[in-house]
Write a protein that binds this ligand. Structure first.
Ligand code: NAD
Ligand code: DAU
Length: 343
């Protein structure tokens, strides 16, 4: 699928979706993008401030679970491609309020696919997560998630994402809808909402505030720079095979403690800022992706080395203080205080 498409990008006011929009606008000047976002606490129009001026970009405030509104946008814009980033994305919030996650992640995905069936599209791409596979043990570094690993979600968030994946594959098999799915590991980079480990650590370290590490900090995540993920999604959506799942990962496993210490070291802050707090219920131990399929079929490889990506990310947060200060002044601050009290 070449340049010149009309693409609906849902959840584009969030972290990965906004980075993806920037990539498409920069690399496919003949594509037209319609960003469909509900603007929840995690969606921020200031993230898209510069993008808003682009002539081939349009923003519509729509909940993907609102069938009538979604159909109206499809009818008017006649998209060829739909990429679904929209989701409730934070595991801890899903433990507090699972229902929200079912509504946005499962019902929302179902409504989007019904719209795709009704109006016709060339490709529906579902942005999924490695969390659908559950977790791996720490003492078996040889084990990695492949596309054939059975789904075994641990949290309400990951269960809702797994359910959405099943729905997407069922629409392919039953109705022949041209779909693809990508399952990526933990992203980091610009526009990342400060409730997540890396931006939270950067922002709190900058203010010399304690950094809450869950449990003993030995849980492992496979970190990937957001631009590398976006490049992979673009490849899968345009060139990936219909009905297929592609794993995306950075070959970059690090314990939470290692990640926090790297950031503190970069910022020349003391490790004494680390405090150990109550563990996350059901906390997944280790994620690790085998990205052989996307490499062999589509030639994708992650390009950003972790130390480099972290430095770029820290620089971005230092240079965009207003972006995160504005976010912290509202709903996010109430959430943080509810979770941790006043650390
Ligand atoms: P995010 O929380 O930063 O952004 C989510 C966006 O979706 C926000 O703009 C929000 O307003 C919007 N949204 C939420 N519910 C909506 C609804 N019902 N209708 C319309 N818009 C809605 O999330 P993110 O980290 O950018 O993640 C994007 C996608 O990528 C999610 O589907 C997530 O499961 C997946 N993913 C994330 C990661 C990661 O490390 N962050 C890794 C793999 C996959
Ligand atoms: O693997 C992909 C997933 O990565 C995505 O599907 C999710 O949307 C995304 O939020 C992320 O999930 P995690 O739960 O891995 O990310 P989070 O940043 O919340 O936590 C990373 C690790 O750090 C995890 O082991 C929990 C721990 N943690 C997190 C926070 C917020 C802490 O120790 N302290 C914290 O304050």
């Amino acid at each position: 699928i070449n340049n010149g498409q009309t693409i609906i990008i849902t959840g584009g006011a969030g972290f990965i979706g906004s980075n993806f929009i920037n990539l498409v606008l920069a690399e496919y000047p003949d594509d037209r993008i319609i960003c469909m976002d509900k603007l929840t606490y995690a969606g921020n129009l200031s993230t898209l401030e510069e993008t808003m001026h682009s002539s081939n970009f349009r923003f519509v405030k729509v909940d993907i679970a609102d069938r009538d509104s979604v159909y109206k946008v499809f009818e008017k814009e006649k998209p060829n491609i739909v990429v679904n980033f929209a989701a409730e994305s934070h595991v801890d919030r899903s433990i507090e309020d699972p229902g929200l996650f079912l509504q946005a992640n499962v019902i929302g995905t179902g409504v989007l696919m019904d719209a795709c069936r009704r109006y016709g599209i060339r490709r529906y791409h579902q942005v999924s997560t490695d969390e659908v596979y559950g977790d791996l043990p720490l003492d078996r570094p040889d084990l990695l998630f492949t596309e054939d690993t059975p789904l075994q979600a641990s949290s309400p968030y990951s269960a809702s994402k797994a359910a959405a994946d099943m729905l997407v594959l069922a629409y392919h098999r039953t109705y022949g809808l041209p779909v693809s799915i990508s399952r990526c590991s933990n992203n980091y980079g610009p526009n990342h909402f400060p409730e997540k480990l890396i931006p939270l650590t950067i922002i709190r370290a900058l203010a010399d505030q304690p950094i809450p590490v869950y449990g003993n900090g030995i849980n492992v995540r496979d970190w990937i720079y957001v631009e590398d993920h976006c490049r992979a999604i673009d490849l899968v959506m345009r060139k990936g095979h219909e009905g297929e799942v592609y794993n995306i990962g950075g070959h970059n496993e690090r314990s939470n403690l290692e990640v926090v210490k790297t950031i503190l070291h970069e910022l020349e802050k003391p490790e004494s800022l680390i405090i150990y707090v109550k563990d996350r219920p059901g906390h997944d131990m280790r994620y690790a992706i085998d990205p052989t399929k996307i490499h062999q079929e589509l030639g994708w490889l992650p390009e950003t080395e972790f130390e480099n990506g972290i430095r770029r990310t820290i620089r971005w947060y230092v240079q965009h203080r207003k972006w995160w200060e504005d976010i912290q002044s509202g709903e996010y601050r109430n959430y943080f205080e509810k979770m941790y009290g006043s650390l």
